[in-house]
Design a protein around this ligand. Structure first.
Ligand code: HEC
Ligand code: HEC
Length: 273
């Protein structure tokens, strides 16, 4: 009797411990989708107040694209798609019917998202309330590419303990900091020649903004703590606030270790400009 009681308590304790320490895929997915990946920025109706989470319908790309309903509604969202079909849409830009998903959807970045994180994103998407909202098809003036490259079959997560690799993964495939913070070349961010050099211009309803140089040349005036504060709150040490298209709310809840990795990565970039 005593023995049985003890082992039940031990089991309960162990279960409690593992729950406390390991993040579930749904939790990981929520951290990414509501945070650094910012799916809601494009996929939640930008009405005032905002429409139902991830239910789609925003005009993008000079009015040519409509962001999709990615809630689990079977008829008008992606509830009928398998996990593999959703992952293929994100990484390869292909719907189950074979059609190509247009450029506002950051497929180029998502090609680099790890298998585990992709599965976590899908696991979280399945938990979002389904919303019936039929979104009109996007109509592009120029034909879309047949593909964004060969199908992505496997992406490993950054090696454990490699802060620069983790920071590059957060600032690249997950958060696309670098897509905004590198100048354009032939209409695409020049991630090879001018990575992080800034100088890309954004025309927004609030005005025109130029992305900052995030290489050591641009950031030498900031301490690591300054930088972390800027990234998570938008506030610079001189009291000015980031006003452009950078959505600092997405980064407000980054874990301390992720934030640290981003800063270590930025400090490691080859200086530009
Ligand atoms: C910068 C804007 C933007 C971001 C960020 C974004 N998307 Fe998209 N996404 C779009 C647009 C626009 C479309 C529709 C494009 C079209 O119709 O050609 C789309 C299409 C999709 C589709 C295809 C759905 C369908 O029915 O065709 C899926 C799935 C999807 N997005 C998932 C996601 C997820 C998950 C995230 C976050 C991890 C995300 N998107 C982030 C803009 C975005
Ligand atoms: C949608 C485009 C976009 C994304 C994504 C983005 N930024 Fe920015 N960022 C900008 C722009 C534009 C500015 C300049 C804003 C201004 O002048 O008010 C800026 C400003 C900054 C600054 C202030 C630099 C200075 O000199 O004061 C830092 C630091 C920064 N971004 C880091 C990041 C990091 C790290 C990420 C990813 C986690 C990121 N940004 C994602 C567009 C972006």
């Amino acid at each position: 009797m005593m023995k049985a009681l003890l082992s039940t308590t031990t089991l309960a304790l162990l279960a409690g411990l593992s729950l406390a320490s390991a993040e579930t895929p749904v939790e990981r997915g929520e951290y990414l989708v509501r945070g650094i990946m910012g799916c809601g920025d494009c996929h939640t109706p930008r009405t005032n107040p905002p429409g139902p989470y991830l239910s789609g319908g925003n005009k993008q790309f000079a009015g040519q694209a409509n962001s999709a309903n990615i809630t689990p509604d079977v008829e008008t969202g992606i509830g009928g798609w398998s996990d593999e079909q959703i992952i293929r849409a994100m990484r390869d830009g292909k719907r189950p019917d074979g059609s190509t998903i247009g450029p506002p959807m950051p497929v180029r970045d998502y090609r680099g998202v790890s298998d585990d994180d992709m599965k976590a994103v899908v696991a979280f998407l399945r938990t979002v309330p389904p919303v019936k909202n039929k979104v009109a098809r996007s109509e592009y003036k120029n034909p879309l590419p047949d593909s964004y490259g060969p199908p992505v079959t496997h992406v490993a997560a950054p090696a454990a303990g490699d802060k620069v690799a983790l920071g590059g993964y957060l600032a690249g495939p997950l958060g696309h900091c670098m897509e905004c913070h590198s100048p354009l070349k032939d209409g695409k961010a020049d991630l090879e020649g001018q990575l992080g050099a800034g100088g890309q211009t954004f025309r927004t309803p609030k005005g025109e903004f130029v992305s900052a140089n995030l290489t050591p040349t641009g950031l030498s005036r900031y301490t690591d703590d300054d930088l972390k504060k800027i990234i998570t709150t938008g506030l610079r040490p001189d009291g000015t606030k980031i006003a452009g298209p950078m959505e600092v709310e997405l980064y407000a809840h980054m874990t301390a270790s992720d934030l640290d990795a981003v800063v270590v990565y930025l400090r490691s970039l080859p200086p530009k400009g």
